[in-house]
Write a protein that binds this ligand. Sequence first.
Ligand code: ZN
Length: 431
Amino acid sequence: MKRPGTGPEMEALVRQVREAAAQEAERVLREAARRIEADASAWAQVEQAVRDGVHRIGATILETALKTLGNGYERSVLPCACGGGQKYVSDRERRVVSLVGEVRLRRAYYWCPKCKASRIPLDERLGVAATDFSPGVQQAVALLGAQQPFAQGRRLLGELAGLWISQRSHRQVSERLGREAPPPKPLAKASGPVEDLYLLADGAMAPTRQGWREVKVGVAFAGRAGSDGEPQRLTTCYFAGILPAEEFGWRWYALAERLGRERARRIIVLGDGAAWIWNLADLHFPGAVQIVDWYHALERLWTVAHAVWGEEHPAAGHWISSLRKHLGNGHIARILERLGQLPARGKDARNTVREAIGYFTHNAERMRYRRFRRQGLFIGSGVVESGCKHIIGQRLKGSGMRWSLEGLHNILSLRLAVLYGPWPPPAKVAA
Ligand SMILES: [Zn+2]
């Protein structure tokens, strides 16, 4: 058997492509030179034209390389699911949009006279049976769709890669790749025994066609106290979705199992202070150290300061700096004392203060930050922040967005895959 990419047929293809590429290169060069000579300030347009020309050469190369697969003809009749046979009818040509523009494919078309089902084996083999976009384009579109509103993604791909694809296709491709995205894996195997296992939970609201719904984000990571006493994070795993608390709890537990719950010396639950998190922690991780995420506690004080003095007033900042140390030391009694002394005018401000007093009273044991730090524990990790703000806020809450529940879940999965890997999805090894 001949090695792929060799042989007299291949040599003929190489000659053809070489000639076509040379002609295209000459045409692009003459045009670019003419325009730049006439007007040096047209450089931006000229380079775009050159890029497009290079893409056309690329499309010829890609199209030719794909030709070496043949047309996917197997034999004159293929078995059909209905029990009948799908007959080879003819070769059909189609266009697929690739990263270097459109390429043509010639594929054998099969059709079953009994049930009218049709099949194109080459499309299936190439992964383009249900789409007009090559796998490279699909990944680029989804990469953008995970990070940007589809309209922005469309513009970025158009401007940066010269590929203008409809906003609707951006959405469809992104959602499909999200649906197919493998769940995030722990990024690296923790070497040695798992010392500390952290479970984190957070929630954020997202706009859906059924109104605002809470998306919950669950995180687990393995950590240990480093040689300098500072905690180290070893490996992290995420999930997210519009999930009832009960289901969230089981998925949280499964995540913990995967990261070595049984081997962990300590289990730590970090939350924003919401009751459902502690209820689940008591249920699934009894005896775990419960910590209110430091940033959430601090944010709570900021909410109070803004309610009392307004967003801009310097007194708010002064008040926070005078409390930071108490909070850091876990002296919640001092915080409560200071909250009680606030000159809160107006009903809203008084309510905010009262709620904060409840929050700090109720969670005081979970805010003994000095002690936690001495034990080498994380008291707040950017992980929770990246959890909600990053996963949800930055992508799913844009103005005018209203997600279908399914679309939201697909984009959440896609976003987790893009942000935390593996992305791009590993190539399937052909059987
Ligand atoms: Zn059939």
